[in-house]
Design a protein around this ligand. Sequence first.
Ligand SMILES: [Zn+2]
Length: 259
Amino acid sequence: MNVFQLPVSQAAVAIRPPAGAEELLMLEAAASPAALAIALLGRLAHRADAGAIDWHEMSATDVDAALLHLRQVVFGDAIRAGVTCPGAQCRKPIDIGFGISSYLQHHAPRPPRGVEPAQEAGWMRLCGADVSFRLPSAGDQAAAALTGDPRRELIARCVRPAGIRAAALRRVENAMEAMAPNLARNLDARCPECGAAVQVYFDPRRFCLTELREHAAFIYEDTHLLAQHYHWPESDILALPRDRRIRYVEIVRAARSAA
Ligand SMILES: [Zn+2]
C-alpha cells in the first residue's frame, strides 16, 4: 500500500491504483475536474488508519497533492512535457521535466503572517481587522465551478464579512496561498536552442485526470475480450486490479493467435 502525507491537513493517506470501475468513471463522468477528482479519490484513497476521507471537505491543495501521488503510483515520479519554443525564428521543440516529490516539496505550505485562529473551528482572522476566512475546500471549488463567476463564489463562501476592501482581500488571499499553496502554476523554462524564456501552465488536476483517462482507453476492449472468453460478469472484470486484468488479456490474445 502506498502511504503519503497530505500537505495541508497532514493526514496520512493510503492510495491504490484505479481498477476497471474507476477507469469507466473517468471515461464516462460528465463532471468538472474538481467533482471528478473528489469522486475518484473517494474510491481510491483513504486514511492510512483505514478511516474514510470526505474529499469535499479537504483543501484543493490536498486534493491536487493526492492526485499527484496517485499519478506517482501509476506512472512514476517524473513528469515530462513537450512544448514548442515561442521564439518566432526558433519554434524548436523543448522538453520540460520535473519530479512530483520535489514539486510538492517546493510548494509546501508556509506559516501565514498576520493571521490568528478565529473562534469557529477551521476559520482564521486577520490580525487587527474584522475579517475572517477559511480555506476553500474541493467541494467549494466543485460548487463554484457551476456558477458564472467561480472566484466570486469562493470569496462569498470563504470570506466574512461580504464586500471587504481590496487590500484586506489581498491579505486574505496571501494567507490562503501560504497555508494552502495553489499547485496549478506557471513553470519557467528556457529554450536550449535560442535561450528564449518559456512559461508553461501546469494544472495538476487536469494533467493527472487527462493522463489517467488516456491510460483507461482500453477498458471496453479488455472487458469485452475477458467476458467473451471467460464468461465472467462485467462487475467482476471491472473489480480486477489493472495489472492482473492486462495479464489475462495478454494470455487470451496469445491463446487466440496460437489457435
Ligand atoms: Zn527557441
